[in-house]
Design a protein around this ligand. Structure first.
Ligand code: SIN
Length: 178
């Protein structure tokens, strides 16, 4: 966990934190972070899978020149009690710079699941990831629901996320042929 919490306190969501907003916030606006890509490389033991059969959810992977679009929320520090519990399966808080659509910038907090955490699964082809997601479910529901809701939310944000949209195409084919 990062010790220094920037004030005012902004949180950047790039996965389920975009579309499942089960926490209070003071303000919300689209934003992007530079130098990171969204990847379905993190295992989920507690939301979209189980410890015996983990699902796949997103994390951020450092990549020069990359831009990751998401949603920024201005929150109060007490909200971390809920968020740290929700994101407990391998994610740690990092401080990164966000860029808002008007060009202004602010430092804020993002949850990242780094390689080496016990639930990390790592790279796989988009076809393999789609097959994995199609077969997974956990206490928060089907893994496919996580993917489809994220893809829809990214389209609404105007994000061109080739990785997520390629998995979505593969998954729709699998679901249609099931
Ligand atoms: C996030 O949404 O920012 C973190 C990953 C997730 O909860 O899906």
């Amino acid at each position: 966990m990062s010790e220094a919490v920037p004030v005012p306190l902004w949180l950047f969501g790039y996965g389920s934190l975009i579309y499942k907003v089960d926490f209070p916030y003071l303000q919300r606006q689209p934003a992007q972070i530079h130098g990171w890509v969204r990847r379905f490389w993190q295992g989920s033991h507690d939301h979209r899978g189980t410890p015996q059969a983990p699902g796949r959810v997103v994390t951020l992977v450092a990549q020069a020149e990359a831009v990751c679009r998401g949603m920024a929320y201005r929150i109060t520090p007490d909200v971390f009690a809920h968020l740290d519990h929700r994101e407990k399966n391998g994610y740690v808080r990092e401080v990164v710079e966000f860029c808002f659509d008007d060009g202004s910038r602010v430092d804020g907090v993002v949850y990242v699941a780094n390689p080496g955490n016990e639930a990390f699964l790592g790279a796989a082809s988009e076809g393999e990831i789609a097959r994995h997601i199609a077969a997974s479910a956990g206490p928060s529901g089907a893994n496919s629901e996580y993917l489809f809701k994220l893809a829809e939310a990214l389209r609404e944000l105007g994000s061109e996320d080739a990785h997520v949209f390629a998995i979505e195409r593969e998954l729709r084919t699998l679901v249609a042929s099931a």
